[in-house]
Write a protein that binds this ligand. Structure first.
Ligand code: CP
Length: 331
């Protein structure tokens, strides 16, 4: 088993389940803010966040520290990347200092993949690369879904928003379809990549529906995606007002079409654009729970990346045993 976690596209379903089950074990003891783990004592983890982040960066740092690791966070500004050092030379620098793991966010899709072939002892965990993948976000999303008693097998989840620029969308498509869910993707045609249906890990599990009312109907979970204005070229949307009119997830729309659905958002949110505050802060919202789950999931991912036995992945071939773990996650 590779210690790297670059994406969920090819991660076996049993390993996805095992990571969520391990995160559940961490979530138990993490509830006590004074509790400390020891499984990463003596390990050195570098958090290379070469693109902005709040949730991912802080939760990886919190996870590493709660498990006893030494963590150092670095950004592009103020590092030798500023002076023209290559990303590989920067990664080799961390490896030469004895880092067990580099958690990396970068705006270039595929950048963590370029490093792993050239590293020998340091694992790489993808904290989000361009529009390609954000695997730990999808794992914490899965954790949140299962925690609310929803089985991924047969789940009907609707994803609304800027699919084209969303690494969260891709990682969720890979993970959820691998586990038997069906995803309806909704957004304007300019923000919906042609052929996105083919990303599902089984045929027919990804559907595109441009009409929001239709897409919401019968959904058990609604995942709202951020409108990524910083990655957009001109002309993809007529106006924010027009976008909000057609695609904002509002309390009225939810009440009409999916009153029982869990409401999710990976953050950061554009309140009043893709999501109404009444929905974001409403009784069906699990957005803050998603953030809490992030620390537990990243504890499991860091233990795996550092080669710690305690993360206790069941053998990759024993899917039924791992599937049983999901029962424990449900409250
Ligand atoms: N969801 C997410 O990746 O948030 P940050 O950009 O704040 O890390």
């Amino acid at each position: 088993m590779s210690r790297h976690l670059l994406g969920l596209e090819n991660l076996p379903a049993a390993e996805i389940r095992a990571l969520v089950a391990a995160a559940r074990r961490h979530a138990e003891w993490l509830r006590d803010p004074a509790a400390k783990g020891t499984s990463l004592r003596g390990r050195f983890i570098v958090l290379g966040f070469f693109e902005s982040s709040t949730r991912t960066r802080v939760s990886f740092e919190a996870a590493g520290k709660r498990l006893g690791a030494a963590t150092v966070a670095i950004t592009a500004t103020g590092s030798s990347l500023d002076k023209g050092e290559t990303l590989l030379d920067t990664a080799w620098t961390f490896e030469s200092m004895g880092a067990s793991c580099l958690v990396m966010r970068h705006n270039r899709s595929g950048s963590p993949h370029d490093l792993v072939e050239r590293l020998t002892t340091m694992a790489v965990v993808n904290g989000g690369d361009g529009r390609r993948e954000h695997p730990t976000q999808a794992l914490l999303d899965l954790f949140s879904i299962v925690s609310h008693g929803l089985a991924p097998e047969g789940l009907r989840l609707t994803m609304v928003g800027d699919v084209a620029h969303s690494r969260v969308a891709r990682s969720n498509i890979y993970a959820l379809t691998a586990l038997g869910a069906t995803l309806t993707l909704c957004g304007p045609p300019t923000l919906m990549p042609a052929g996105i249906e083919k990303l599902g890990r089984a045929p027919g599990r990804v559907i595109v529906e441009h009409r929001l009312d239709e897409a919401l109907r019968g959904a058990q979970a609604v995942m709202v995606l951020r409108l990524q204005r910083e990655r957009m070229q001109e002309g993809l949307l007529p106006s924010l007002g027009e976008y909000a009119r057609l695609y904002q997830v509002t309390a009225e729309r939810l009440a009409r079409h999916a009153p029982e659905a869990l409401v999710m958002h990976p953050g950061p949110m554009n309140r009043g654009v893709e999501i109404d505050s009444q929905v974001a802060d409403g009784s069906r919202s699990v957005i803050r729970e998603q953030v809490t789950a992030g620390v537990a999931v990243r504890c499991a991912v860091l233990e795996r990346a550092c080669g710690v036995a305690e993360w206790a992945a069941p053998d990759g071939a024993t899917a039924p045993a791992a599937a049983g773990e999901f029962e424990e996650v449900r409250r």
